[in-house]
Ligand binder design. Structure first.
Ligand code: ZN
Length: 267
């Protein structure tokens, strides 16, 4: 069963574009400059801060606060380039050694591109990397002329200093404070998958619209409800929310206007 947590902090490292100008403090969202000064102090900011770079893809650091005294840190996806995540993390003062596991949302290269170098930088023997067997498929997308543009392949386990944990089923982590949904049932009529996706199996390219490896992270924040983090959302975001509700028995979703202090400042 998914445990209630006291709070969650989601630090965006890669999310296609960067917005340095958004209104600060709305719905708990903070501008990178404000957040770094609050966490690291003005001296660190002056000496070490570097504006993050934008790149296609997704990566986030997620800190869950349990029992008001302890937080745990994981990374969800690793961006598209080999070093983008590391550059951004270093420039805003993230200590990668705090990361206890990496979860990949699905096997598209804009989500695992930084995996090898991130695992190296974390430097922990047998770091758990939570994967699904389908992430290892050779994949591509059908172009307008019918040809297949082949995607970069997922890194082989033998070249990576990590322990791949393969799961298709719901998977609880960090003392049941985070749930990886596993395969998400596709139930809505209007979420039709990625219709141009193909995979190479039995010596030929086959349509692979459902991307069964696509999953989400779910957390249950006390008095707030579920926080659900998805990558591309190929399963369909409504399917994802329904499944998270079904797995946890919690109907409410997180939506508030209260500002959460940074855990590092708070502890
Ligand atoms: Zn994708």
């Amino acid at each position: 069963m998914l445990k209630e947590i006291e709070g969650v902090e989601i630090i965006s490292l890669v999310d296609n574009s960067i917005d340095f100008l958004s209104t600060i403090g709305r719905n708990g969202v903070e501008n990178v400059v404000t957040w770094v000064i609050k966490c690291m102090g003005k001296d660190w900011f002056k000496k070490h801060f570097r504006y993050p770079i934008a790149e296609h893809g997704f990566s986030a650091i997620i800190k869950v606060l349990t029992d008001n005294v302890k937080y745990n840190t994981i990374m969800f996806d690793t961006g598209i380039s080999s070093n983008g995540v590391l550059y951004n993390a270093q420039g805003i003062g993230i200590d990668l050694k705090e990361i206890e596991a990496i979860i990949l949302s699905h096997g598209h290269y804009d989500h695992f591109g930084g995996l090898l170098n991130t695992v190296k930088a974390i430097g922990k023997k047998e770091l758990p990397v939570i994967v699904h067997d389908d992430m290892f498929k050779k994949r591509g997308v059908q172009e307008e002329d019918g040809s297949i543009r082949v995607y970069p392949e997922f890194p082989k386990e033998e070249i990576i200093l990590a322990k791949f944990v393969r799961t298709k089923k719901p998977f609880f982590m960090l003392d049941n404070s985070i749930l990886v949904t596993g395969e998400i049932p596709r139930k809505t009529e209007f979420e039709k998958g990625a219709t141009r996706q193909y995979c190479f199996e039995d010596n030929k390219w086959k349509p692979d619209p459902w991307m069964w490896d696509d999953r989400a992270l779910v957390m249950n924040v006390r008095d707030k409800g579920l926080v659900i983090v998805s990558g591309c959302g190929h399963a369909g975001i409504i399917n994802t929310i329904h499944y998270a509700q079904q797995l946890t028995g919690v109907e409410e979703n997180f939506c508030n206007s209260r500002r959460f202090p940074s855990f590092r400042k708070r502890l």
